[in-house]
Write a protein that binds this ligand. Structure first.
Ligand SMILES: CC(C)(COP(=O)(O)OP(=O)(O)OC[C@H]1O[C@@H](n2cnc3c(N)ncnc32)[C@H](O)[C@@H]1OP(=O)(O)O)[C@@H](O)C(=O)NCCC(=O)NCCS
Length: 383
């Protein structure tokens, strides 16, 4: 007879599905009704009216800033918008074959060595580190991409936000205002998503009282997988494989018949369409038309139609980011790093929340291996 503790352990399904692992005041997902809320504000309203910097303030400090608070915040923020020279030196040393996601995992970890608050574990210092990471990750992703293309990294323009400066330091020209706004909205929509796999990884590391850089490095490694942040890149591969809207139905049906998962669909929590999809779909439609790349949008719509008709599995945040980012001229290897450019705000908010009321995260495993085996000397083992 199993004890009730053992029974609970056995019931904890693979993937910790529906297990509540902590209390959080940061983000709420209503997976039945398709609602996403940051600190009490509906993400759709934030996407319409706010900016990524204001949302970052909201997630870190728990409230929207007043005018003077926001000005002081942005002034401090702009001052940190530069990469340590050592980081650029490190970026030059990576092998050509290293992917952007591998590079940012390693380079973000190394940033901790050149943080002036390194070793200071006070709340203010940790907030400054969170903000430095938020400013430096986009610069790092852009600088590495330029080096891969044989170009020199360029400096950000003071007084502009993260969306502008990521696109500027990557592409070497001021972004089109529509593209900049669409990118800013994509950053807002990806900024947090409750206990997704990478945020959970960040909280597990933080709960050991390891430092913020170690916690964020855990999160980046977790984001990299195709079942999490890597899916947006795979959507673009699928769009390219399909090539034209007319071919979408046949190819998707073949994949479904082969029991393959279609990237950009399905979610552990949403049982309906992910609320972020409607905003991203609208921007993908507008930006692909604006930049003469509507074909990518049309193919995505066909994929969406066939997958929903066949499976009743709904699109997730990654489906329309693929065509949207491609229409902005962003290479697909950067899609997952872009996820990190936004989610760093959510990761660091959760790390700070974890530390505010910390308890080591240490679950149990139900042992299902062999029992009571006899140790035989090596020469007596038949197998
Ligand atoms: C996100 C994901 C990992 C969630 O997985 P999960 O919660 O473990 O859900 P499951 O894999 O058990 O799927 C439940 C059912 O929906 C189906 N399904 C889920 N995602 C699907 C997809 N992308 N394409 C086709 N069918 C899918 C499964 O085949 C399964 O059907 P079944 O019950 O008939 O076997 C999964 O949906 C997936 O792999 N999606 C593609 C990758 C992706 O877009 N990831 C980004 C997530 S934001």
């Amino acid at each position: 007879m199993k004890s009730s503790d053992e029974q609970k352990l056995a019931e904890a399904g693979a993937g910790l599905e529906d297990i509540v692992a902590c209390n959080s005041e940061i983000c709420c997902i209503d997976g039945t009704n398709g609602r996403l809320v940051y600190r009490g504000y509906d993400v759709l309203e934030l996407a319409e009216k706010s900016t990524f910097e204001e949302v970052a303030y909201l997630l870190w400090y728990g409230c929207l800033p007043r005018v003077t608070e926001f000005k002081a915040f942005l002034d401090g923020f702009t001052g940190s918008m530069k990469l340590p020279v050592e980081t650029t030196m490190i970026l030059r040393m990576f092998p050509k074959a290293a992917t952007p996601m591998e590079v940012i995992r390693t380079a973000v970890s190394s940033l901790g060595h050149w943080d002036p608050d390194s070793g200071n574990t006070g709340l203010d210092a940790c907030l400054r580190k969170a903000q430095r990471l938020t400013l430096r990750i986009p610069l790092l992703v852009a600088a590495h991409q330029r080096l891969r293309e044989g170009l020199e990294p360029i400096k950000p323009v003071p007084g502009h936000g993260i969306a502008f400066n990521f696109l500027y330091t990557l592409q070497g020209k001021e972004p089109d205002p529509l593209v900049e706004r669409a990118f800013d909205v994509a950053l807002i929509l990806h900024a947090d998503h409750e206990l997704n796999a990478s945020t959970f990884a960040a909280r597990v590391t933080a709960a050991t009282m390891a430092d913020i850089y170690s916690s964020v490095t855990s999160a980046i490694g977790t984001l990299k997988g195709p079942l999490h942040g890597g899916a947006n890149m795979e959507v673009m591969q699928l769009i390219d494989e399909i090539g034209s809207p007319q071919r979408a139905e046949r190819i998707i049906l073949e994949k479904l018949a082969g029991k393959l998962k279609i990237p950009g669909f399905g979610h552990r929590v949403y049982r309906c369409e992910d609320p972020r999809v409607s905003v991203l779909r609208d921007y993908a439609r507008t930006v692909t038309a604006h930049t003469g790349r509507s074909i990518y949008f049309q193919i995505t719509q066909e994929i969406e139609r066939v997958v929903i008709e066949q499976t009743r599995v709904f699109p997730n945040v990654d489906l329309y980011t693929a065509s949207l980012y491609t229409a902005m001229g962003l290479p697909r290897e950067l899609f997952t790093p872009i996820f990190a450019i936004s989610r760093i705000v959510g990761w660091t908010s959760h790390i700070l929340e974890q530390w505010a009321n910390n308890r080591l995260i240490r679950p149990r495993a139900e042992y299902v291996g062999p029992a009571d085996r006899l140790y035989l000397p090596i020469e007596d083992r038949s197998r």
